[in-house]
Design a protein around this ligand. Structure first.
Ligand SMILES: C[S@@+](CC[C@H](N)C(=O)[O-])C[C@H]1O[C@@H](n2cnc3c(N)ncnc32)[C@H](O)[C@@H]1O
Length: 247
């Protein structure tokens, strides 16, 4: 089946269950005051546990199927979360938040510089005075970007309750001019090779361009670490885990 991963929320949850992101964003949320907004909240893997911990959280996402699962997850946990359908590039909730975060590389779904800047501007409009904008994105990995297009590479093998053992391979086709990797995930289930073929297109944001993009929309990069355990950021870091404040 050839389709978008976000049309298959159960498959998304089976392949990508939340791990270290939850304690990281939970701690940030606990330290914040004045409401929490997660943009690109997906199936509520973060919003629902935050709400279950008594934190006032709102989630926004572009995908109706992902949001349906988020609402089911909230109902099953007996917590109240506002899960809103919307586009992080252009939304208006009419209120401010003490913490706005975009987790797990979701910002990299914004391919053009205009889209990134529009999102930063929308976030700035919704940040309460003294609020924090937090996100984590990949640190571009040059050997990975340089892989030959069309050749398959293993990504992971996971045991899942719903689908049995799933194995994932990927092809990467990096468009260096656009800084966008046009990848494809080939997900196989027991007896079903390539049961799902899923396009996965992610922008690269390079370390030296990131502060410039933020500054262009009135943010300062307050801190950047290389992973969710706060290891120093350097050229070998897998991620850019960032905290930003408005000017
Ligand atoms: C990697 S998932 C992350 C989901 C969630 N944050 C989590 O931790 O599981 C990326 C999400 O970004 C959403 N998304 C992509 N583009 C978006 C946009 N322009 N506005 C809002 N959500 C968007 C997708 O629908 C998807 O649910």
């Amino acid at each position: 089946m050839n389709s978008d991963l976000y049309e298959h929320p159960a498959l998304y949850d089976a392949l990508l269950p939340v791990r270290a992101h939850l304690p990281y964003y939970m701690e940030l949320a606990r330290q914040s005051s004045g409401g929490i907004l997660e943009l690109a909240c997906g199936t509520g893997q973060l919003t629902v546990p935050l709400a279950a911990a008594g934190l006032p959280v709102v989630g926004l996402d572009l995908s109706a199927p992902m949001l349906n699962t988020a609402r089911e997850r909230a109902a099953a946990a007996n917590v109240s979360v506002e899960h809103l359908l919307g586009d992080m590039r252009n939304f208006n909730l009419g209120r401010g938040f003490g913490l706005i975060f975009v987790a797990r590389n979701s910002l990299l779904h914004l391919h053009s510089t205009e889209d990134i800047l529009a999102t930063f501007a929308a976030i700035k409009r919704h940040l309460a005075p003294g609020g924090i904008f937090a996100f984590d994105i990949f640190n571009p990995n040059i050997p990975r970007l340089a892989r030959p297009a069309q050749q398959r590479f293993p990504v992971m093998q996971v045991e899942t309750e719903l689908f049995g053992t799933l194995s994932v391979e990927e092809t990467n086709d990096y468009d260096a001019a656009a800084q966008v990797t046009r990848a494809r995930w080939y997900v196989s289930a027991p007896g079903k090779p390539d049961a799902w073929i899923l396009p996965m297109e992610l922008r690269s944001i390079f370390p030296q361009e990131l502060p410039l993009l933020l500054t262009a929309r009135g943010f300062q990069l307050k801190s950047r670490v290389g992973d969710l355990y706060e290891t120093s950021f350097d050229s070998n870091s897998r991620s850019q885990v960032c905290l930003c404040v408005a000017d």
